[in-house]
Design a protein around this ligand. Structure first.
Ligand code: E4P
Length: 235
C-alpha cells in the first residue's frame, strides 16, 4: 500500500520524503487554510519534493468552474491530480477531465456506490473518508472493504485512497481491507514509527553499549598495573 501525506505543510512533506516513505501528497482547502500563502506556489513546491501524485482540490461547484480551476492546477506540474468532490457536477467534470487526459481524485466518498460511480466517470483515485464516517458512529472501513471487493470483481483500475485517517490502526485496517493508498496526517505517520518497546530498547542498547565501552577502556590499565607489580591478577 502506498503512503501519501495529507498536508500542505512543506516541512512535513520534506521530512517524510527524507524518510523514504512518501509516495504522494493530498491537500484540501482546509489543509491549505492552515498554512496560508499562495496555493499554487505551495503545490509547485510539493511537486518539486515528490514525483508522486499531488492532489489539488477545486472549490467551484459548477462544472465549468471546476474545469477552469482543474485545468489551471494541471498546468502547474505533471504530477498534479485534480481533486473533485462527489456530486452530479463533479462526475461530469471528472468525465471531461478524463477526456482531456487530466487525472482526478474523487473526494468526499462515503459509500461504495459513490466510489463505483466516480470510477466509472474516469477518476483515477477514489477517496472514501474513513474517519468522518467513524465520527458519526458508522464503520468507515466497510466502504474500503466493499470497494476493494467491487474493484477486484469487475477489474476496475481506479485506486482506492483511504482518507480521513485518524490513527495508526486505520492504516493497518486500510492495508488489510485492500486500499491501494492511505493518506495520513504527519502525526499518524510519526505514531506509526514509534512503539514504547522500540523506544525503550534504543535507550537500553545505548546505555549497555556505554557501560561496555567504559569497562573495556579500564581493562588494559588493570593489566599493565599487574605486570609492573609482578603479582598475579586476583580471580
Ligand atoms: C484527503 O484527501 C482528505 O481531504 C482528508 O483526508 C480529509 O481528512 P479529515 O476528515 O481529517 O478532514
Amino acid at each position: 500500500m502506498k503512503i501519501f501525506l495529507d498536508t500542505a505543510d512543506i516541512e512535513e512533506i520534506r521530512t517524510a520524503a527524507r524518510w523514504g516513505v512518501l509516495d504522494g501528497v493530498t491537500t484540501n482547502p482546509s489543509l491549505y487554510a492552515k498554512v496560508g500563502g499562495s496555493y499554487e506556489e505551495i503545490l509547485q513546491e510539493i511537486c518539486r519534493i515528490t514525483s508522486g501524485p499531488v492532489s489539488a482540490e477545486v472549490v467551484a461547484e459548477d462544472v465549468e468552474g471546476m474545469l477552469r480551476e482543474g485545468r489551471a492546477f494541471a498546468k502547474l506540474a505533471p504530477n498534479i491530480v485534480v481533486k473533485v468532490p462527489m456530486s452530479e457536477e463533479g462526475l461530469e467534470a471528472i468525465s471531461r477531465f478524463a477526456d482531456e487526459g487530466i487525472k482526478t481524485n474523487c473526494t468526499l466518498i462515503f459509500t461504495a456506490n459513490q466510489g463505483l460511480l466516480a470510477a466509472k466517470a474516469g477518476a483515477s483515485l477514489i477517496s472514501p473518508f474513513v474517519g468522518r464516517l467513524d465520527d458519526i458512529n458508522q464503520d468507515g472501513m466497510i466502504v474500503i472493504r466493499e470497494l476493494a471487493e467491487i474493484f477486484a470483481i469487475h477489474e476496475i483500475e481506479a485506486e482506492i485512497l483511504s482518507a480521513s485517517i485518524r490513527h495508526p490502526l486505520h492504516v493497518t485496517q486500510s492495508a488489510l481491507a485492500g486500499a491501494h493508498i492511505a493518506t495520513l496526517p504527519m502525526k499518524v505517520l510519526q505514531q506509526m514509527v514509534h512503539h514504547p518497546l522500540t523506544d525503550k530498547g534504543i535507550v537500553t542498547f545505548r546505555a549497555d553499549w556505554e557501560k561496555a565501552r567504559q569497562a573495556a577502556a579500564q581493562k588494559p590499565a588493570a593489566k599493565q598495573e599487574t605486570a609492573a607489580s609482578g603479582t598475579k591478577p586476583s580471580a
